[in-house]
Design a protein around this ligand. Structure first.
Ligand code: NAD
Ligand code: UFG
Length: 331
C-alpha cells in the first residue's frame, strides 16, 4: 500500500510511518509542523509541509502520488486548551478533516483510518469501556473527534468512503530503537513529564488529585504502546482492503494503572530519584478509563506486543534519557 499519513511528523504519526515502512509499505507524510518535527519523519517517507485546510496543498499531494489509503492524525489534542479555544479546535480538527475528505473525494481515494480518542466517551458509566457505550464528551476536544466520526459515517453513506475510527486510550512509550519518541510542546502527558523529572529536565512531577474514588486515590488509566497503536492502524487498513465495513475500535491494553503506580514503575525502570508533589485535581479528568479492546483483537487480529507498564516505560526512557530536549538536540 502507498499510504498518505496526515500528521505523520507527530508522536503517533511518526511511529506509524516507521511501522508502515518496516512492514514494506510506502508512506507519504503531510504535516504543517505546527506541532510535529521534521526530524521525526522516517528517511524513506516522502514529506510535504502543508495544512489540511489548504486545498491546493493537499490536492497537490494526491496529484503527485498514487495514494491507496489515508491515515489522519492531524489535529490539536490538548484538552484544557480546547476548553478555552473551542473554535480553534473545531476549525483544525473538524474543518481540517472535512477538507481532507473533500480532497479524497476529488482524488477518488476511498479508505481512511482516523485518530479518535477515549475522550469521546466522557465520564464512563461502566468499566471496561466498550464501543457501544454512550458517547458524551465533556470537553470540546472529545466533541471534535466525535463530530468527525459522525462526518465519516455520512461520508461513507453518501460517497462510499470506508473508514475506521480508532479510539485510543493513553498512548505511551517510544520506538524500540530510541530514535523517535514523544516530544510535545507544551508536554501535558504523565509519562514524559515523570521521565523529564527523572532526567533532570524538570524539577518534579505534580500528582493532580489524590482524592479520586480509586484504590490509591489517584486516576487510573490504560496505557497503550505507540508501536502497538501503529500496528493497529495498518491492520485496520488491511481490513478495509479486504472489504471490511466502516467501524470504530477501542485501542488499549485493558489494564489500568494509577498515577502513583506509574511513578513507582518509572522509579524502578530509571533507577533515578523522582521528586513528587501533590496538587489539586485537573479539570475534566475522569477517575478511571480502561478499554475493552476485544473488538479490535477479534476483528483486526491485533495483539499488543508491549503490553506491560515496565516495557512501555523502558522504551520511553530510552528516548528521553538520550534526547532530554526532544528533537531539538538531535544530531
Ligand atoms: P501530535 O500533536 O504529536 O501530532 C499531530 C500532528 O498533526 C502534528 O505533527 C501536527 O503538526 C500535525 N497537524 C495538526 N494540525 C494540522 C493540520 N491542520 N494540517 C496538517 N498537519 C497538522 O499528536 P499525537 O499525540 O501524535 O496524536 C495524534 C492523533 O491522535 C491526534 O489526532 C490526537 O488527537 C489523537 N490521540 C492522541 C492520544 C495520545 O495519548 N497522544 C490519545 C487519543 C487520541
Ligand atoms: N497527571 C498528573 N500529573 C501530570 C500529568 C498528568 O497527575 O503532570 C495525571 C492526569 O491527571 C491523569 C493521568 O495523569 O489522571 C494521565 O494524564 P495524561 O495527561 O497523560 O492523559 P489523559 O488521560 O488526560 O489524556 C489521554 C489522551 C487524550 C485523551 C484522554 C481521554 O492523551 O488525548 O486520554 O480522556 F483525550
Amino acid at each position: 500500500m502507498n499510504v498518505l499519513v496526515c500528521g505523520g511528523a507527530g508522536y503517533i504519526g511518526s511511529h506509524t510511518v516507521c511501522e508502515l515502512i518496516e512492514q514494506g509499505h510506502g508512506a507519504v507524510v503531510f504535516d504543517s509542523l505546527v506541532k510535529g518535527h521534521r526530524a521525526a519523519v522516517h528517511k524513506d517517507a516522502k514529506f510535504y509541509k502543508g495544512d489540511l485546510r489548504d486545498e491546493a496543498a493537499i490536492d497537490k499531494v494526491f496529484k503527485e502520488n498514487d495514494i491507496d489509503a489515508v491515515i489522519d492524525f492531524a489535529a490539536f489534542s490538548l484538552v484544557g486548551e480546547s476548553c478555552s479555544e473551542p473554535l480553534m479546535y473545531f476549525d483544525n480538527n473538524v474543518y481540517g478533516t472535512l477538507r481532507l475528505l473533500e480532497a479524497m473525494n476529488r482524488a477518488g481515494v476511498k479508505k481512511i483510518v482516523f485518530s479518535s480518542t477515549a475522550a469521546t466517551y466522557g465520564e464512563p458509566r461502566s468499566i471496561p469501556i466498550v464501543e457501544s457505550d454512550p458517547t458524551e464528551p465533556i470537553n470540546p476536544y472529545g466533541e471534535t473527534k466525535l463530530t468527525v466520526e459522525k462526518m465519516l459515517k455520512w461520508s461513507d453513506a453518501a460517497y462510499g468512503i470506508k473508514y475506521t475510527a480508532l479510539r485510543y486510550f493513553n498512548a505511551a512509550g517510544a520506538h524500540i530503537s530510541g530514535e523517535i519518541g514523544e516530544d510535545h510542546s507544551p508536554e501535558s502527558h504523565l509519562i514524559p513529564i515523570i521521565l523529564q523529572a527523572a532526567s533532570g529536565v524538570r524539577d518534579h512531577i505534580s500528582i493532580f488529585g489524590e482524592d479520586y474514588p480509586t484504590p490509591d486515590g489517584t486516576c487510573v488509566r490504560d496505557y497503550i504502546h505507540v508501536t502497538d497503536l501503529a500496528d493497529a492502524h495498518i491492520k485496520a487498513l488491511e481490513r478495509l482492503n479486504r472489504g471490511g465495513a466502516s467501524t470504530v475500535y477501542n485501542l488499549g491494553n485493558g489494564t489500568g494503572f494509577s498515577v502513583k503506580e506509574v511513578i513507582e514503575t518509572a522509579k524502578a525502570v530509571t533507577q533515578k530519584p523522582i521528586k513528587v508533589l501533590t496538587e489539586g485535581r485537573r479539570a475534566g479528568d475522569p477517575p478511571t478509563l480502561i478499554a475493552s479492546s476485544k473488538k479490535a483483537v477479534d476483528e483486526l487480529g491485533w495483539k499488543p506486543r508491549f503490553n506491560t507498564l515496565p516495557q512501555i516505560i523502558e522504551t520511553a526512557w530510552k528516548w528521553h534519557s538520550t534526547h532530554p530536549k526532544g528533537y531539538d538536540d538531535r544530531g
